[in-house]
Design a binder for this molecule. Structure first.
Ligand code: NAI
Length: 468
C-alpha cells in the first residue's frame, strides 16, 4: 500500500479512537489516526478524567491531613503548595499521553497531527498547524471526535471568571468562593476538589435532585454527606446570568419554575451543565453524514453512519458520555470491520463519581425497575457495620443490591462509599455472567475488606444478612 493509504483512519484519539486504533492494528489492519490537539488521549487524558483524578486524590489527602489525621493520633499542620499539586497533575497527564505515543509506535499506527476533514467517502484531509494539507485514502473512516463543554446560554466561558472543567483544573490560586452550575459528575467532582482546598462552594442545580440518572436513594444520601462536608446546594434553581462585579462575579439565580430571582457574589463560576457532541469542521454535511436533533451522529448497530464506510463511536453518538463506553465501542467496531462479532453490552456499563465517598453504579436503578414494572427485591448494607470501614474511619454510605424477585438475577448494584469505583467491578463481572444475588452472597469475600458490604447486601436481598 502507498504511504498515505490505510485500511482504517480514525479521527480523534480519545479513549474511543486510540483503543479502536490499537485493536484494529492487532487484527492486521493498516491504521492511521488524526488528532488536532497536539497530544493523544482526548479530553479524558488531557483535560478530563486523568487530571481531575490527580487533583481529587491530592486534595483528598490534604483534606484528610487537615481533618482526619488527628483522630488516628497523627498531629500535623498541613500547608497547601498549589503549584506542586498542579505539577503532580501535569506530570500525571504527561505520563499518560506519552504512554499513548508508545502504544501507537508499538502497534505501528501512523499518527497525523492536525485537523481532519472528511472530503468524501474514503478520503480525509489533514491540515496541520501551519496550514499544510495531507490527503489520506482509507477504506474505512471512524469519527471519534468526542464532545465539548455545553455553555450556559448568554454566559461567556472565559476560563478566568467563568470556567469550564478545563479552567477549573488549572486555577493558579484557591478561590474564596465558587458557584458550580450543575450538580452532575463534573460539578460534584471539581466542586469537591476546591472545597477541600478551602473554597466555599455553592452548587446550583436545575432539577430538584443531584446526579440525575443515578439511583434516587443513593443521590439523596450522597447529598447529605456532601452537605456535611460543607458544600451548599440550591436545587430546583437555574442560573440566568453572570455579570462581572469587582474582581469576581454576580450570579443571578431563579427558581426553575419561575419566580423572584436572587444574586450570589462569587469569585469564579464553574459551568458544568453537560457536554455536547463535537463534530465541527469534519465536513459531515458535505458528505451526507446525518445527525439527530441533539447533534449526535446517527449510527446503525455496526456503528456505521448514513454514509457507507464512515463510522462513529464514543461521545459523538448516542449513550452515556463515558470513556469506558467509548473504549468498548472502539474495540467492537474494529472487530466488526475485520469480520468478527464485536458487541457492547449497554446494560452493564458502570458509572463512577470520584468524590469522597465515591458513587458507583451498574445496571438498573430502583426507579427504572419500577417504571418498567419489574418485580425486584432489595438488599442493603451500611458501611457503619463493616469492620474494615470502621477501622479506616470511612463509614459513610451503603451498598444496595437489586435482584429479580422471581429469578434472583442481579439487575443493579449501587454503592455510595469508600473505594466504590474499585468495588463495582465485581458486580459488573457477576452481571455479565447473569449471576444471582445468591451467587454473590455465597462467594467467599476476604475479611476484613470493604467488599464484604457487597456480599452482605446480597445476603440481605435473601433476608439472611449476618452482620446487622
Ligand atoms: P451532567 O450531565 O452529568 O450534569 C449536568 C447537570 O447540570 C444536570 O444535573 C443538569 O440537570 C444540570 N443543569 C443543566 N442545565 C442547568 C442550568 N441551566 N442550571 C442549573 N443546572 C443545570 O454533566 P457534566 O457534569 O457537565 O458532565 C458532562 C459529561 O461528562 C457527562 O456525560 C458525564 O457523565 C461525563 N463525565 C463523567 C465523569 C465520570 O465518569 N466520573 C467525570 C466527568 C464527566
Amino acid at each position: 500500500m502507498a504511504e498515505n493509504k490505510f485500511d482504517l483512519t480514525i479521527i480523534g484519539t480519545g479513549p474511543g479512537g486510540y483503543v479502536c486504533a490499537i485493536r484494529a492494528s492487532q487484527l492486521g489492519m493498516k491504521v492511521a489516526v488524526v488528532e488536532k490537539r497536539g497530544t493523544h488521549g482526548g479530553t479524558c487524558l488531557n483535560v478530563g478524567c486523568i487530571p481531575s483524578k490527580a487533583l481529587l486524590h491530592a486534595s483528598e489527602l490534604f483534606d484528610e491531613a487537615n481533618h482526619g489525621f488527628e483522630s488516628f493520633g497523627i498531629k500535623v499542620s498541613p500547608e497547601l503548595d498549589l503549584p506542586t499539586m498542579m505539577k503532580h497533575k501535569t506530570d500525571t497527564v504527561k505520563g499518560n499521553v506519552t504512554g499513548i505515543d508508545y502504544l501507537f509506535k508499538k502497534n505501528k499506527i501512523t499518527s497525523f497531527l492536525g485537523t481532519g476533514k472528511i472530503s468524501g467517502a474514503g478520503k480525509v484531509v489533514v491540515t496541520d498547524e501551519k496550514g499544510a494539507e495531507t490527503e489520506i485514502e482509507s477504506k474505512s473512516i471512524v469519527i471519534a471526535t468526542g464532545s465539548d463543554v455545553a455553555g450556559i446560554p448568554g454566559v461567556d466561558i472565559d476560563e478566568k471568571m467563568v470556567l469550564s472543567s478545563t479552567g477549573a483544573l488549572d486555577l493558579k490560586k484557591v478561590p474564596k468562593k465558587m458557584v458550580v452550575v450543575g450538580a452532575g459528575v463534573i460539578g460534584l467532582e471539581l466542586g469537591s476538589v476546591w472545597r477541600r482546598l478551602g473554597t466555599e462552594v455553592t452548587v446550583v442545580e436545575y432539577l430538584d435532585r443531584i446526579l440525575p440518572g443515578m439511583d434516587d436513594e443513593i443521590a439523596k444520601n450522597f447529598q447529605r454527606i456532601l452537605k456535611k462536608q460543607g458544600i451548599e446546594f440550591k436545587l430546583a434553581s437555574k442560573v440566568t446570568g453572570v455579570e462581572k462585579a469587582g474582581n469576581g462575579a454576580e450570579v443571578t439565580i431563579e427558581p426553575a419554575k419561575g419566580g423572584d430571582s436572587e444574586t450570589i457574589k462569587t469569585d469564579v463560576v464553574l459551568a458544568a451543565i453537560g457536554r455536547t457532541p463535537y463534530t465541527e469542521g469534519l465536513g459531515l454535511e458535505d458528505v451526507g453524514v446525518k445527525k439527530d436533533n441533539r447533534g449526535r451522529i446517527t449510527v446503525n448497530e455496526q456503528y456505521e453512519t448514513s454514509v457507507k464506510g464512515i463510522y462513529a463511536i464514543g461521545d459523538v453518538i448516542e449513550g452515556p458520555m463515558l470513556a469506558h463506553k467509548a473504549e468498548e465501542e472502539g474495540v467492537a467496531l474494529a472487530e466488526m470491520i475485520s469480520g468478527q462479532a464485536g458487541h457492547v453490552n449497554y446494560n452493564i456499563i458502570p458509572s463512577v463519581v470520584y468524590t469522597y465517598p465515591e458513587i458507583a453504579a451498574v445496571g438498573k436503578t430502583e426507579e427504572q425497575l419500577k417504571e418498567e414494572g419489574t418485580a425486584y427485591v432489595t438488599g442493603k448494607f451500611p458501611f457503619t457495620a463493616n469492620g474494615r470501614a470502621k477501622a479506616n474511619r470511612q463509614t459513610d454510605g451503603f451498598v444496595k443490591v437489586l435482584a429479580d424477585k422471581t429469578t434472583d438475577r442481579v439487575l443493579g448494584v449501587h454503592i455510595v462509599g469508600p473505594m466504590a469505583g474499585e468495588m463495582i467491578g465485581e458486580a459488573a463481572v457477576l452481571m455479565e455472567f447473569g449471576g444471582s444475588a445468591e451467587d454473590l452472597a455465597r462467594t467467599c469475600h476476604a475479611h476484613p475488606t470493604l467488599t464484604e458490604a457487597i456480599k452482605e447486601a446480597a445476603l440481605d436481598a435473601g433476608k439472611r444478612v449476618i452482620h446487622m
